[in-house]
Ligand binder design. Structure first.
Ligand SMILES: C[S@@+](CC[C@H](N)C(=O)[O-])C[C@H]1O[C@@H](n2cnc3c(N)ncnc32)[C@H](O)[C@@H]1O
Length: 392
């Protein structure tokens, strides 16, 4: 791979193996001369590749007209001389201007196309970014917070720190942490526009102005390295299909000596009495259903290995069981109702399951609710908490 550091904030790279030319950072030259090495690299890339040249601008935060015209001129000239070549500009909705600006090129030159890489970038995306997922997040955090508020200090949470909640969903965890622990700074990032809109509404309703809600891709964040004392990522490594990429990013933004805190489930271990067999059957099926969409809701006990493989030390792992006895049993029942709606009502339908399967699948959730609300019943949902320190 060749690389040119054209200024502190701008990078150009060409990877011959993947035929990808990448521009990242802020590129605002006063004259073309300042970016001449990058422009030459693009010309050399064009000479070298066959078929398709990918132009990756997913992390291109800003570009002025001087730079845009310099790079685009090279591509347009190549379209004239190389009818065998196609150009695919890969943008991200996180830096939305790139899609608009590069999108015009396709109208001038059909050899150039634009792909927005994060429009469908992981298999579970259509479910978790949907508004129908919001009741799941709302009811879940209400139940888990009772446990996490006492657990968090053992994993590095304390007053005055800088923290980031990555894959924050509707941002309720950030609000609770702020009230309980008073960190100095909280960034809360997610890729669901529906969840972030909800989060901002809730924050406005409570007069909260100092949580930085941010739209972004957790696997390729625009946040700087080594910024946060504490980075949380709850119930999300099990959702995004490249947990290694997420962990690498959590590691990157964490300060040396800081901690990354993750929570995950093992759904097949959800339990209840009475009607334990039906409940057990349904949650085994939940795990299979998620795995069909490349999500691993059995990840919880694998957390230690995942953190170790990502380079963390001083790893601490513990688990807790959310139960119907934690508070009002109806709160537990509300979580299950929200799961049934999305898992049986949307995901199983999308997988193409038969009405008979879906009916039996639903029955396990109903039986879990029955166990939770039964005067002598017991219902549980186990969670694994793990954190690791970024070495100094
Ligand atoms: C199960 S929810 C958990 C939300 C929240 N942490 C909680 O515990 O309530 C998973 C969240 O991860 C987000 N997510 C998944 N992959 C992501 C990615 N690559 N970048 C940003 N957010 C992502 C989804 O939008 C969703 O809000």
């Amino acid at each position: 791979m060749s690389q040119a550091d054209l200024s502190t904030s701008f990078r150009a790279e060409f990877d011959a193996n993947s035929q990808e030319f990448c521009l990242a950072g802020v590129i605002r030259p006063r004259s073309i001369e300042e970016i001449a090495p990058g422009v030459s690299m693009l010309k050399e890339a064009i000479d070298e590749v066959r078929g398709v040249l990918y132009i990756n601008v997913r992390r291109l935060v800003q570009m002025n007209n001087t730079a845009f015209h310099a790079f685009v001129r090279v591509v347009l000239d190549a379209c004239r001389t190389r009818s065998d070549l196609r150009f695919v500009v890969v943008t991200s909705s996180v830096v939305g201007w790139t899609t608009r600006m590069f999108g015009h090129l396709n109208r001038i030159e059909p050899q150039i196309t634009v792909e927005v890489y994060d429009s469908t970038f992981y298999p579970g995306q259509s479910f978790v970014e949907n508004t129908s997922f919001i009741p799941i997040l709302r009811t879940q955090t209400k139940m888990t917070w009772r446990h996490e508020r006492t657990i968090l200090p053992r994993h590095g949470m304390r007053a005055g720190i800088a923290m980031a909640d990555i894959c924050c969903g509707i941002g309720d965890f950030a609000v609770l942490v702020q009230k309980e622990f008073q960190p100095a700074r909280i960034v809360a990032l997610d890729h669901s526009k529906a969840s972030l809109a909800y989060a901002r509404d809730v924050a406005a309703g409570f007069g909260i102005t100092d949580i930085e809600y941010t739209y972004g891709d957790a696997s390729e964040m625009l946040l700087d390295d080594n910024q946060f004392d504490f980075v949380s990522c709850r119930h999300s490594l099990q959702i995004f299909n490249r947990s290694d990429m997420l962990l690498a990013e959590l590691y990157r933004i964490c300060k040396p000596g800081g901690r990354v805190y993750i929570t995950n489930e093992k759904n097949s271990h959800c339990l209840g009495e009475p009607r334990s067999q039906s409940i057990q059957w349904t949650y085994n099926e939940v795990a299979k259903l998620f795995s069909h969409f490349e999500m691993d809701v059995e990840l919880g006990p694998k957390s230690r290995r995942y953190l170790a493989d990502a380079g963390f030390d001083d790893i601490v792992v513990e688990s807790f069981m959310v139960t119907n006895l934690d508070g009002d049993p109806q709160d537990f029942a509300d979580v299950i109702t929200a799961w049934e709606k999305v898992y049986a009502g949307e995901m199983a339908v999308k997988r193409g399951d038969s009405p008979e399967f879906i009916q039996r699948f639903r029955q396990g959730f109903k039986d879990h609710i029955f166990a939770a609300l039964h005067p002598k019943g017991y219902a549980g949902w186990p969670i694994w908490v793990a954190s690791g320190r970024k070495p100094l």
